[in-house]
Write a protein that binds this ligand. Structure first.
Ligand code: FEO
Length: 394
């Protein structure tokens, strides 16, 4: 495929990865992904903004051939993770005069991860600018979207903000721009849930800073470019800042059907009280969808049988994942069943050390649920519904 011109002299020169199905050996990519790199030609100098995953270096090379790029002065490394930085060694080898521009922390990371020679790397300060002649790049340090070294790059004259992972989506598409708004929203939300949600406090701060800039286009390094960026900016604002909704996320695993009985009863009891419930069967679920459900949920209830005195491993994974992605949940509980004994509720609490939540009394049944257990499930459903109401979660 050919490079795609976004503005005169500004090109998308990335790679679309239609086949990739897993990221970080963990995150499902049902719709593939892309590694977006951008070439900016000024009257005096040329800059490449980010590179591509090293598995697709040849695609980037082809774009640079097509555009007859003979000299690159600057390679902007917004983020040191290898899906964007991994082709830097190729680019630096091909363009021996090119210098990498990066945050101070990014310089160390590029050395650690890629062994880039320090004399090829120049650090830039927050708000520092570099001139390409008739075009200017401004660097905006944005730590923790996704790593501590991350920055954004603003092309002043064209009002394009290059955001790397921030506002990205794992979506392989032939469209350069986000045209199907519903699809773009879903994919951006999945990406936010899986990658960005742990950093929602930092993101809120960065969203405020971006307001200082006039932005006509947001060009992330995964997925489509937003040429009407208000849509994705508002989506992020809502995910980060709006109160959680009247939603219970209920991931469950069952071995002999007992926990499933408990789940069915609790689901029904919550629905009867006007609470939206999102169920996920943990042996088969797409964990990206589970993460997405937690973007707006007020409560998580994990349902699990006890295995060797603790959580079933699938339930333990769901709890561990929750602790990593740090959603804005307010309440957590546990339901399930056991044969002889254990303290899986204590185990779950200990695993959720990174999120501030109120733990609601668990309902752990000995064997099949009894009348007393069903009453306890009713009571849990009532407590959740009341708490959502008292907090204005609608
Ligand atoms: Fe797309 Fe954090 O790398």
């Amino acid at each position: 495929m050919k490079p795609r011109e976004m503005r005169p002299g500004v090109y998308w020169v990335g790679a679309i990865d239609w086949e990739r199905r897993l990221f970080d050996a963990m995150i499902p990519l049902p719709d593939g992904t892309s590694y977006n790199a951008y070439l900016v030609r000024g009257s005096e100098k040329t800059a490449l903004i980010d590179t591509v995953d090293p598995s697709t270096s040849a695609v980037l090379a082809g774009h640079l051939d097509t555009l007859r790029v003979e000299k690159i002065d600057y390679v902007i490394a917004n983020h040191a993770e290898q899906d964007h930085s991994g082709s830097l060694p190729y680019v630096l080898n091909r363009f021996p005069e090119a210098k990498v521009l990066v945050t101070p922390r990014g310089k160390d990371m590029l050395h650690d991860l890629l062994m880039l020679p320090p004399d090829r790397v120049i650090t830039v300060n927050d708000r520092e600018t570099v001139s390409l002649g008739d075009r200017t790049l401004e660097f905006i340090h944005a730590p923790w979207v996704h790593w501590p070294e991350t920055m954004l790059t603003y092309l002043k004259e064209e009002r394009i903000l290059f955001t790397c992972d921030f506002f990205g989506s794992h979506l392989a598409t032939s469209d350069l721009y986000a045209r199907d708004e519903r699809l773009a929203y879903e994919e951006a939300k999945r990406y936010y849930a899986e990658i960005m949600m742990p950093f929602h406090v930092n993101i809120q701060r960065h969203l405020e800073r971006i307001k200082e800039y006039s932005v006509d286009m947001i060009a992330p390094s995964h997925g489509p470019v937003y040429d009407h960026p208000a849509f994705v900016l508002e989506a992020y604002r809502s995910w980060v800042a709006d109160p959680p909704k009247n939603i219970v996320v209920l991931p469950y695993v069952t071995m002999h059907g007992t926990t499933r009985k408990i789940v069915d009863y609790l689901n029904s009891a919550l629905m009867d009280r006007g609470v939206t419930v999102k169920l996920f069967e943990l042996t088969s679920t797409d964990i990206g969808k589970l993460a997405m459900a937690m973007v707006e949920a007020a409560t998580l209830v994990v349902a699990t049988p006890m295995v060797q005195a603790g959580l079933h491993p699938h339930a333990a994974f769901a709890v561990f994942l929750t602790n990593i992605i740090r959603p804005k949940l307010k309440f957590v509980s546990l339901v399930g069943s056991y044969g002889w004994g254990g303290r899986m509720d204590e185990q779950a609490k200990a695993m959720l050390s990174s999120i501030k939540v109120e733990f609601l009394p668990p309902v752990i049944c000995k064997g099949l649920p009894t009348e007393t257990d069903f009453k306890a499930l009713d009571s849990l459903a009532e407590t959740i519904a009341q708490k959502h109401k008292e907090n204005g979660f609608t």
